[in-house]
Design a protein around this ligand. Structure first.
Ligand code: UN1
Length: 511
């Protein structure tokens, strides 16, 4: 699909306003962002960012819609989400292509991202009939206890450029079945993706007679919109994806007003490769983990911790794969790696390589900008392998680029120690055919991450599991399992059906 077709199918125009809560798009600031293709530099369009007044309008609609939406039975809200999933199926090609066009990931990954949205919708439809709490035994005669889950309110969603549509869907699909309304501040690097998503759900919501405000988007500056959103007492939950620096700010501000957060921040994901590993599998998983999405996933493999006996052969084979990576236009099916999001990201890549070399690292492959694509832009880089010690400062930091740090180990205990010795804790994996090694990695003394895998890589999690991490990754969970609970408020109820008043703990209080 070319740009004109993608724009037509998704209702996008060369000039658009950045705020919407169901009706027309609007924006009243003079603040315009120019959106450029990371691949060609071509101007995709101009978006007028939302002002403080636009935010106020969106929040008003969201709060009003919540009062109505929470009254709709959850399975009927699930039916709406089912239709959203159907609409996404119908627009999968266009939306997946837009992700590639605006963000730069290759088409199969752009389509995969939309599939992730469809999957979470399907998951949420079933979940909408099972927002269940337990019934509990009361110590008082003639009493029953139970737990219920109620809608929470307006959920604020802040998302990053690298998953410009899926992360929003993980949050909204669950928030909507829970009876919440959503206000989304997408990354200003990928506003068209957000506008397209809102256009898709607007049609579904309109067809079902839902009031405006159940879904809202505000494209705007962090200082105007982001700050307002995190400080807004009307927003009980802020779900944010992005850097640890940003997450710390959000955690502090929302925490100070005792609001809740789901934070999905930086990762520093490692794959341990044992001498007992299936080398073919380990190779394929390392390759996808480190080079896929041009290293711009939170779950990208950043470190390979390799048993010393297999280290040299493994690295040789990995370099062999790196040499064959086709770098270029992400919409071309022959391309394996597209551009980085912008020149700033390329600068981060170059700085990280320089720092690694200064800190004792040795570049085994790559390390350079590679002008590619039609306009030979400076947004393409070579995927890079650097041999370096885990304790080097640069290895401790997350660089959002296709750089993988490689290191050796002798014994599994040492590998696990290296593995956990970073501030972040999102995803992790081990390749081994030894059951004992695999189980050790998954045990209390193994990986300290929110996601730990055996014989698959660190990236590409399915939506069925809870997604998120520990330590500086922020601690929140999104997506599958019981992540829906974060979007609801919990209530414990005690009912007296027997008629007689009994006090708990045997307390007597009579005259
Ligand atoms: C992210 O990079 O923010 O597990 C999310 C994965 C994807 C999601 C990544 N399902 O790699």
């Amino acid at each position: 699909m070319n740009k004109a077709q993608i724009f037509r199918e998704l209702g996008l125009k060369a000039k658009m306003d950045g705020a919407n809560c169901g009706g027309e798009w609007f924006a009243s600031s003079n603040d315009i962002i120019e959106v450029h293709s990371p691949t060609t530099g071509e101007l995709l369009g101009k978006i007028t960012q939302a002002s403080a007044a636009d935010y106020a309008k969106v929040m008003k609609a969201s709060q009003k819609a919540f009062v109505e939406f929470r009254a709709m039975p959850a399975p009927l809200r699930g039916e709406i989400v089912r239709q959203v999933g159907e609409a996404l199926r119908a627009k999968k090609d266009a939306l997946g292509s837009l992700v590639s066009l605006e963000m730069g990931k290759i088409l199969t990954e752009g389509l995969g991202e939309v599939q992730e949205m469809i999957d979470i919708c399907d998951f949420a439809v079933g979940q909408s009939r099972f927002l269940s709490g337990p019934t509990l035994q009361s110590e008082r005669p003639g009493h029953r206890m139970m737990e219920q889950w109620h809608p929470l309110g307006t959920v604020g969603i802040i998302s990053a450029f690298n998953f410009p549509v899926a992360v929003w869907a993980w949050n909204t699909a669950l928030a909507w079945i829970a009876g919440d309304t959503c206000v989304w501040k997408p990354s200003s690097k990928t506003p068209y993706c957000a506008i397209a998503c809102q256009n898709i759900v607007n049609e579904v919501f309109k067809a079902n007679g839902l009031s405006e405000g159940v879904s809202a988007v505000v494209v705007g500056r962090g200082s105007t919109i982001g700050e307002r959103l995190i400080n807004d007492k009307r927003i009980p939950l802020v779900s944010a994806t992005g850097s640890t620096r940003m997450g710390k700010r959000i955690g502090e501000v929302v925490g100070a007003r005792l609001g809740r957060t789901i934070l999905e921040l930086g990762g520093n994901n490692a794959l341990i490769i044992s001498e007992k590993a299936d080398m073919k599998g380990a190779l394929a998983s390392s390759f996808f983990g480190a080079v896929g999405t041009a290293g711009q996933r939170c779950t990208s493999t950043r470190r390979l911790i390799i048993q010393e006996k297999v280290y040299n052969t493994f690295i040789k084979k990995l370099v062999g794969l790196y040499e064959k990576v086709n770098i270029g236009d992400p919409l071309d099916p022959k391309t394996l790696m597209g551009p980085l999001i912008d020149e700033g990201a390329v600068e981060d890549y170059e700085n990280a390589i320089k720092a690694a070399q200064e800190q004792g690292g040795k570049v085994l492959y790559g390390g350079k900008v590679k002008r590619a694509g039609k306009n030979r832009r400076r947004t393409f880089v070579l995927p890079t392998i650097i041999e370096i010690a885990n304790k080097a400062q640069i290895v401790q930091d997350e660089t959002f680029a296709p750089i993988v740090y490689v290191m050796k180990y002798k014994k599994l205990d040492q590998a696990i120690k290296l593995h956990n010795d970073v501030p972040q804790g999102l995803s992790s994996a081990i390749y081994t055919d030894s059951m004992s090694e695999g189980e050790t990695f998954l045990s209390y003394k193994g990986s300290d991450c929110g996601i730990a895998n055996v014989n698959i890589g660190t990236s590409g999690a399915e939506i069925g599991g809870a997604f998120g991490g520990e330590k500086e990754t922020g601690g929140g969970r999104e997506s599958g399992s019981d992540a829906w609970k974060a979007y609801m408020r919990r209530q414990t109820n005690t009912l007296n059906w027997g008629g007689e008043v009994h006090l708990a703990q045997g307390v007597k209080f009579d005259v």
